[in-house]
Ligand binder design. Sequence first.
Ligand code: ADP
Ligand code: MG
Length: 583
Amino acid sequence: MSEIKVLSNNLINKIAAGEVLERPASAVKELVENSIDANAKKIDIFIKNGGRSEITVSDDGNGIKKDDLKKAILRHATSKLYSMRLDNIRTMGFRGEALSSIASVSDFSLKSNQEYNSEGHEIKMVSGEFKYIKPVNQKKGSNVTVKNLFFSTPARLKFLKSENYELLLIKRLIQKFAIINFDKEFNLYFDDKRVIKTSLTKGHEKQNRFIKRVNEVLGSDFVENSIELNLTRNNLSLFGLLCVPTFNYSNSNNQFVYVNGRVINDKTLSTIFRIAYKDVMFHDRFPQLIININCPLSWVDINVHPMKNEVRFEDANFLRSFIIKSFRNILENIGYKTSKFNRLKLIKKLSADVNLQEEIKLKKKPDSYITENIQNNQKEIIDDLQEPKTYYPLGNAKSQFHENYIISQTKKGIVIVDQHAAHERVVYEKLKADYYKTKIKTQILLIPVIIDVESIIIKDFDEKFKKLQKYGISVELFGSNSVIVREIPVLLSNCDVKKLVEALVSQMIDENCFDSLETEVNKICSTMACYGSIRSGRKLEVEEMNDLLRKMENTKLSGQCNHGRPTYIELKLNEIEKLFGRK
Ligand code: ADP
Ligand code: MG
């Protein structure tokens, strides 16, 4: 056996760098977080060659005094753990290891100045070795330049992906920072080309400044297809934007998630969002959203991930059920509204087809028709040439074509409805409502099902299984570590009882929730709705068409079918006129 040795500081830093720095974007994240912690108002980020040859982050924050420069690049040296407690962290950083890690695997320069003059100081390190501290020209604030990142750790260098991919990650990261820090200015440059530019809005309300920033960073589609989220309960608040279900995405990249303003990337939260949207979205799609979860600092542990991407909540169940309930409530209130995106796609397609050269510029309205007056499903009586006419939100049916599509005239345009998709949602919601509202019809199993369960949940068996009774499932203790299912709802008579109860048990072990039961009920209602709805290919009378439109207006979530496809598309009259070159 060889002798035990204590590692050198330089080696310790390189090992830490392996955890903190996965790729150029992680260095950018640490540096921008430092600028935010320094109360910077303006942060400029310059990237060369995907971050491999150079990363520069420059800010106008508080700066570092000359005597502290050497400490700043020491491991476990921080100015941020004021109370020396880990349950009270207000700042982005707290471990004091980012600068030491970055400096150990790059050609590193930190220039800083605390005063409003240009007499700053620079500390220079190469691959973890101190080179010099000298006076330099530096305005108030800091400027960190990281060159040749990972050049001394070839294994990590090999691991990096293409320049474009690394740039994409950096761009997405700065978008995330810029969205939530809407009172700070961000500029991002790739090889001298500016790819993100933000401006500051003063004086407006917080909500307005936020929306303006989202428009600036993500474009107007995101805002136009989403609903504001702003709810508080027991010191827990959710703030941001939730997309309408038909404005979904193929992965979770368009989810901008924050906890107390901190950019995080947490799989558990992403799963919770999917559960909240489950009923209105295809299983392989992801809702687009921006959410800042604000809670007391002591409720959340941020010291659980080397890159601070994940967090742990003290009361994860409360958070989970608050998020799911709030999201569903908001989604249900959208009523029949659907994504504007499909309408824009249609217009683009049509305008290309009629070979209209000039680009159609739809008038941008910050309060899109989705957010405007979403609750107002009421019909409107207007006077048209002295003749009173009744206009409903989804209009009056005019005709049916290809035996599946209804054309209806609205006050401001036309609506095209997919009769099968629309009816499916209407029937589905009715079935579910009936199931949960009325006393659930149950049936006794001819052969009871016995299921082995972990002995841990048997401890509070009574309390947990009593809740299932409410849903029509009767379960009793059977021996020391199994349960027996004697009764189930009639609606579930064809499902795999053993699988369902096993899933319920595993959910109950730590979460006390019944997602799998709800999933099962929804699945069955959905299948029944699909078979029980008006099929495509059926001819409808005008009264039947109008009946369907009225039902859609009064059914929650009817803007999309059970699989997340839109049930109708609306074209405004002025858009139609533009297509024909009249406007
Ligand atoms: P941490 O952020 O966890 O404290 P870092 O290694 O990232 O650790 O930074 C070490 C210290 O250097 C910080 O605590 C802070 O005092 C100082 N520092 C780093 N970057 C900046 C900056 N941009 N502006 C002002 N101070 C900074
Ligand atoms: Mg830091």
